[in-house]
Design a protein around this ligand. Structure first.
Ligand code: RTP
Ligand code: MG
Length: 140
């Protein structure tokens, strides 16, 4: 199996409830190593760029408001099959459909305030990591 890197965000609903450590424990327990991490405030431009793929969706405006409503923790996770493994630990987008034991089932408030983001492909992981981190900030 390949060692991969993926990009993760602990979203504002989770930082607001002081859940950064609990989310990180679930990521680490799943075998993902946090090789870069910083707490930032996303700008409107950051959020619009990051979620540009959803710009025609009805929830886009609300999503940008939500992602800029408080601090987020941006991270790079490393491990075997990290992209798929992180999506598995996160659970389904809608917490009502997420499996027991997943981060979203455990912590998400609703389909929008769903506590975490994870890259959905190797291509997007590379783009998202490069958007938020310099190579020198990744310490494996
Ligand atoms: P993410 O990109 O954040 O990892 O989440 P995802 O792949 O599971 O879901 P995606 O379809 O890419 O949607 C991105 C984020 O938009 C918000 N959302 N709101 N109100 C709605 O119906 C709705 N649908 C999606 C969520 O915050 C979702 O994670
Ligand atoms: Mg997505």
């Amino acid at each position: 199996m390949a060692i991969e890197r993926t990009f993760s965000i602990i979203k504002p609903d989770a930082t607001r409830r002081n859940l950064t450590g609990k989310v990180n424990a679930m990521l680490e327990d799943a075998g993902l190593r946090i090789v870069a991490q910083k707490r930032i405030r996303m700008t409107r431009e950051n959020a619009e760029t990051f979620y540009a793929v959803h710009k025609e969706r009805p929830f886009f405006g609300e999503l940008v408001e939500f992602m800029t409503s408080g601090p987020v923790v941006v991270q790079v996770l490393e491990g075997e099959n990290a992209i798929a493994k992180n999506r598995e630990v996160m659970g389904a987008t809608n917490p009502e459909e997420a499996a027991e034991g997943t981060i979203r089932k455990t912590f998400a408030e609703n389909i929008e305030a769903n506590s975490v983001h994870g890259s959905d492909s190797a291509e997007n992981a590379a783009i998202e990591i490069a958007y938020f981190f310099a190579g020198s900030e990744l310490v494996g």
